[in-house]
Design a protein around this ligand. Structure first.
Ligand SMILES: *Cc1c(COP(=O)(O)O)cnc(C)c1O
Length: 366
């Protein structure tokens, strides 16, 4: 079976992790944490980086640092992981779920006017499967109405929007380092910002909000969202290979692009001319022309030794919505692509011949 993802752990990871074990720095203090934060900030062109335990809580920290709370509304795209919705709910704010663009699956800027209300405080654009969201109209709308932008760049390490790093837009941005992300620490996340005050608040929130100079006196409600030095050690090793990983993913993505371009019944993502995609995962949609559903297509691939993953189930259709104060705008695009789409094996360890085998298998099924 060709798996959907296998991470690549560079040899330096062992050296760095062993260093943590040998020196006893295995908890959330130690030199790798500081180094990882500094290296990652440089990597995405931000002044500050604050490492946390995963990419779900990093979204929570970002919202909490901005002071988002009960009564506030945050606009979020329907086609994303549940983490985005949950992070808004953790703060007590009201998520406002909007539809995405049909070709690149990211927040549709044309929905913002309809979603806006006097309670709107922030927009959370999410880059999807390596392809950036169209940030300019989102930033323009945010400026006009004085809204914060929390950018979820968990799927776009290294990707660029109009030549600028994903993760360098808006007040504060978030990344994940889960094992299937381009840079991984096993589990992990990070918030990045250029704002000194937001950075300080994020550091406080991550570590229980101790009063400065008065340990065990707490100025407000904080969290234990700390990353360990061991995770950071793996991250430092990964970052040494960031460019190589990025280039390899792009090469793999382009092989798929060429191989799958002209297959009736298969719709692949056309990269917008302003985007440098990181090709994090390779998505496709099975259209009516194919005469089969995406589920049938996935089953046939599996029988022939190729694993796939479903697309996100849209936030607008989540069973959990009934328990919360949530505003949902019509999301026909998200609901359609969720049924039509899956993604193909895309892990860094995939070989060129495996990709060719996947392409041939798709062709034979179609
Ligand atoms: C992976 C991911 C997250 C959450 O990351 P975890 O580290 O798994 O908590 C958040 N947003 C998006 C878009 C993701 O793909």
């Amino acid at each position: 079976m060709i798996p959907v993802n296998t991470p690549v752990i560079p040899p330096e990871a062992k050296t760095f992790v062993n260093d943590c074990l040998d020196t006893g720095w295995i908890s959330s203090a130690g030199s790798y944490l500081q180094r990882f934060e500094e290296d990652f900030a440089k990597y995405v062109n931000r002044k500050h980086a604050i490492a946390v335990s995963n990419g779900t809580v990093s979204l929570h920290v970002a919202l909490a640092a901005l002071g988002i709370g009960p009564g506030d509304e945050v606009i979020v795209p329907a086609f994303t992981i549940i983490s985005c919705l949950n992070a808004i709910l953790y703060t007590g704010a009201i998520p406002v779920i909007v539809d995405v663009e049909p070709d690149i699956y990211t927040l549709d800027p044309n929905q913002l006017e309809k979603a806006f209300s006097p309670k709107t405080k922030a927009i959370m654009p999410v880059h999807i499967y390596g392809h950036p969201a169209d940030m300019d109209p989102i930033i323009e709308f945010a400026k006009k109405h004085n809204l914060f932008i929390i950018e979820d760049a968990a799927e776009t390490h290294g990707a660029l929007y109009k030549g600028k790093n994903c993760g360098s837009f808006g007040e504060i941005s978030s990344f994940s380092f889960y094992a299937n992300k381009l840079i991984t620490t096993g589990e992990g996340g990070i918030v990045v910002t250029d704002d000194d005050i937001l950075a300080e608040k994020s550091r406080d929130l991550r570590n229980l909000c101790h009063l400065p100079g008065q340990r065990f006196h707490h100025k407000t409600l904080g969290f234990n969202y700390r990353m360990t030095n061991v995770q950071a050690a793996i991250g430092c090793a990964q970052l040494l290979h960031a460019e190589e990983f990025f280039n390899r993913k792009r090469k793999m993505g382009k092989l798929y692009d060429e191989g799958l371009a002209e297959i009736p019944g298969i719709e692949i993502t056309k990269i917008r001319d302003w985007a440098t995609s990181s090709y994090w995962m390779y998505p496709l949609r099975v259209t009516e022309k194919s005469g089969m559903t995406c589920k049938e297509f996935q089953k046939k691939l599996k029988e022939k030794g190729v694993d796939t993953r479903d697309f996100f189930w849209p936030l607008s259709n989540q069973p959990m919505l009934k328990d919360f104060d949530v505003r949902v705008l019509p999301c026909p695009v998200s609901e359609k692509i969720a049924i039509e789409g899956c993604y193909l094996p895309s892990g860094l360890a995939l070989t060129e011949s495996e990709i060719k085998k996947v392409i041939e298998t798709v062709k034979s099924i179609m």
